[in-house]
Design a protein around this ligand. Structure first.
Ligand SMILES: *[C@@H]1O[C@H](CO)[C@@H](O)[C@H](O)[C@H]1NC(C)=O
Ligand SMILES: *[C@@H]1O[C@H](CO)[C@@H](O)[C@H](O)[C@H]1NC(C)=O
Length: 762
């Protein structure tokens, strides 16, 4: 410093050589008190004595009294510490103007003391920090003016430069102003990201050019303001959820979540379903605020197995993101199988062979076919002659499995049930009603193996005897039974002349009046035939027995009752009691009770000694009974002529007897002739009629016995003289002589068949 000042002093001296009385000094500021400013005695050429004598004084315009004069030594000294900044501020050069005055003579000398700056001031900022709020969307190149630093020093000691650190986002730019000062700006050179760094702290340093350099710093505080520069972002691009199709409404499926790095409304995420073309919005709902995806409709695996929900998240700034929620619907066994009849017959004939197809159907289960919910099995009810045959693709045919018989079962209710394998299993069924149609496979069957009926003789023609009945197990026409009388003959006569059968009702009618005495029994066959094609038939034997009626009175065979002839029984006068007088022989062609005959002798009132007239009544046992009477003449005489004279008192009787004899002879000849003729005829037709002739032979009445020709009837004439007691004698055949005697009182007895009534004397 000393050298510098000496040089400067020299300069001044040289420059002011001619200008007497003026000197300039330069001193740095902040010199300590008493420091030498300049030797004015020497520099101005003033003797020290002069200074003393002249009473040299310093006069300064400024109030500040920085410099003092040491007159003794002729030196200017620093009286007060000089602060250039205080003295001059930014004015340069900074000079103190002094006047040195001398008296005797008055002399003026100008002294200029230039105060030279030293770097004694640090650059300073007015504020400790500057705060900025900068949007993160600020574009590159955006400028932000910073405060300048102040340095009281001047010149090189003033602020020379700035720096801003760190320099990540901003750089510093200095603009030279017109006034020479510098405008300090920071310029954004790299975008801000609030989300990365929402607060930036920078240090602005101002440095002066002094030696050494001094610097001052200020904090620049930047708050990065949010911009909607971030779209919401889903945490996952795809959410997958599996839900059973039976899930109820309101089921929460998933919660999607998107985050937005922005703040406030820019970071506020709202969710929505973006599907517009399908029906997803009607089935699913998302909660706007919290992203909960819920089911609001109903699912059906059979309609859709997969849904893609496009979820959009958006912030208030309109930025969006999207994600997918894949909803996979799983099958539940919620559908029973459905049975579809493809073809169906309502009836099959009972002769259908096993294996006849009755119905074809298919079965479908809308549930998934891959799992057990869609696997279906079908079966039919037990104990029916049908089975299911399954073919591919769930087609089934119902076929007959056995012989059918309409008569056993004319209708089947076939229940086809199908069930799937789901848990629990669902099933459905259909009932098919199948009619078995009739085939004429049953013949009519009579309700009895044979019939036997009775009819009382003398019936009215057309009388219904009884009814045969046959039933046919078939149906309708096949069961319509007609009755037909089968051809046969009875006693050589077609049976149809005896009976007829009503075709519809099976009632058997008698065609003619029957006579027990002619025919007692016959049989025929009735055929029952149904209306089928061809018809089936069966037959049955019907036996008809004719029952007797008491329609024939007893017939007196002996004594023979002729018109006018008188036949008398001759009883010798010597006859004892018990003498057989005669036999009354009678027959009744009826049978049974109707042919049981009883004989009664009417009491004789006429008491003639020679001839007696007995009246015998023959009664059968029928209801009512029928009777015949015979008159027996009894002559009591010792010789035949005597008797004869007793009875033949009229010539008319004798003539009658001759005529009778003639007729008898004639009849005998005719009968003999006829007999021979018949014998020849019988032999010739014997082969054909052998059977019938046998029946005829058996039904013949008993042979008329031989009667003694000497008796003649005396019908209604003659009386017996004495009262006789009569014994009743019974025989079973008048041709036999043996007889039994009853008591005398028993005059009224019945006998079976042809009976002889024996009259004997007492
Ligand atoms: C079949 O079902 C019908 C109607 O339910 C019924 O009337 C009929 O008696 C049934 N048939 C058989 C053979 O069970
Ligand atoms: C009657 O039925 C029997 C079997 O019951 C049969 O043998 C016979 O030929 C049938 N007669 C007629 C005439 O149809």
């Amino acid at each position: 410093v000393g050298i510098l000042f000496q040089l400067m002093l020299l300069f001044f001296c040289l420059s002011l050589g001619s200008a007497v009385g003026q000197v300039t000094y330069s001193i740095p500021e902040e010199m300590s008190k008493g420091s030498l400013v300049g030797n004015i005695g020497q520099d101005l050429g003033i003797d020290v004595k002069r200074l003393k004598s002249g009473k040299a004084r310093i006069y300064t315009e400024d109030k500040a009294d920085y410099i003092e004069l040491n007159a003794d030594r002729g030196l200017l000294l620093v009286k007060e510490r000089i602060d250039r900044e205080a003295l001059c501020g930014q004015t340069t050069p900074c000079a103190l103007h002094l006047q040195i005055t001398l008296e005797d003579p008055i002399e003026f000398y100008s002294v200029t003391v230039e105060v030279i700056d030293i770097n004694d001031n640090v650059p300073t900022f007015q504020k400790e920090e500057m705060r900025f709020r900068i949007s993160e969307s600020a574009v590159i190149g955006a400028k932000f003016v910073l405060e300048r630093a102040m340095d009281l020093d001047v010149g090189i000691n003033a602020v020379q430069g700035y720096s801003l650190k760190p320099t990540d986002n901003f750089i510093l730019k200095l603009h030279n102003q017109q006034d020479g000062s510098k405008n300090v700006e920071m310029v954004l050179q790299k975008p801000l990201d609030r989300e990365a760094q929402n607060h930036i702290s920078l240090t602005l340093t101002a440095t002066d050019g002094g030696e050494p350099k001094l610097s001052g710093a200020m904090r620049v505080d930047i708050s990065v303001l949010d911009a909607n520069d971030n779209a919401p972002v889903f945490t996952k691009k795809m959410y997958k959820v599996t839900v059973p199709e039976t899930a109820p409404k309101g089921t929460i499926l998933s919660t999607v979540s998107a985050t937005d790095a922005d703040e406030g409304s820019y970071g506020n995420v709202l969710y929505s379903i973006a599907n517009t073309l399908d029906y997803v919005p009607s089935i699913f709902q998302i909660s706007k605020e919290n992203g909960v995806v819920a089911l609001t409709g109903s699912l059906d695996y059979e309609k859709a197995q997969l849904y893609e929900i496009h979820v959009q998240a958006s912030d208030d700034g309109g930025l969006t993101d999207s994600c997918k929620v894949i909803v996979e619907v799983t099958d539940t066994n919620d559908n029973p199988p459905s049975i579809n009849i493809m073809s169906k017959t309502n009836s099959v004939t009972e002769t259908s062979k096993p294996g006849t197809v009755v119905t074809i159907f298919n079965v479908q289960d809308p549930d998934s076919g891959e799992n057990e919910n869609g696997i279906v099995h079908c079966y039919v009810n037990d104990n029916i002659p049908f089975v299911l045959k399954s073919s591919t693709n769930n087609f089934y045919s119902l076929v007959t499995d056995n012989e059918l018989d309409r008569e056993r079962a004319s209708e089947y209710n076939i229940t086809v049930s199908c069930s799937d394998e789901g848990v629990p299993s669902l099933s459905s069924s259909v009932t098919l009603t199948l009619q078995i149609s009739d085939v004429n496979d049953n013949a009519p069957v009579f309700d009895r193996s044979s019939y036997e009926a009775y009819i009382v003789e003398n019936n009215t023609p057309g009388l219904s005897i009884f009814t045969v009945k046959a039933t046919d197990a078939d149906w309708n026409q096949n069961a319509r039974v007609s009755y037909i009388l089968e051809d046969s003959s009875v006693n050589g006569v077609p049976v149809s002349s005896y009976v007829s059968v009503s075709a519809d009702s099976g009632v058997i009618h008698a065609v003619r009046s029957l006579d027990y005495e002619q025919i007692k029994y016959f049989q025929f066959r009735v055929k029952a035939q149904d209306g089928g094609s061809p018809p089936l038939s069966s037959n049955v034997t019907v036996k008809i027995r004719i029952q007797d009626q008491n329609d024939n009175p007893p017939q007196i065979l002996y004594p023979v009752q002729t018109g006018g002839s008188v036949v008398a029984e001759m009883v010798p006068r010597s006859a004892d009691v018990g003498y057989l007088v005669t036999k009354v022989v009678a027959v009744d062609v009826d049978s049974g009770q109707n042919a049981w005959l009883s004989y009664k002798l009417q009491k004789v009132t006429d008491k003639d000694a020679v001839k007696q007239r007995l009246t015998v009544i023959v009664e059968d046992n029928g209801q009512p009974s029928r009777s015949a009477t015979v008159i027996v003449n009894v002559a009591v005489a010792d010789s035949f002529p005597e008797v004869l004279s007793e009875f033949t008192d009229s010539p008319h009787d004798k003539e009658y007897n001759d005529t009778l004899t003639f007729y008898l002879v004639l009849a005998l000849a005719v009968v003999s002739f006829l007999f021979i003729t018949c014998l020849v005829g019988i032999i010739s037709v014997k082969i054909y009629r052998w059977r019938q002739s046998r029946i005829l032979y058996h039904s013949k009445l008993p042979v008329i016995p031989y009667y003694p020709p000497r008796y003649s009837d005396t019908l209604g004439t003659g009386t017996l003289q004495h009262v006789y007691n009569y014994e009743v004698c019974r025989t079973t055949d008048s041709r036999k002589s043996d007889c039994k005697f009853g008591t005398a009182a028993s005059q009224n007895s019945s006998f079976k068949s042809s009976t002889a009534f024996v009259i004997s004397t007492q």
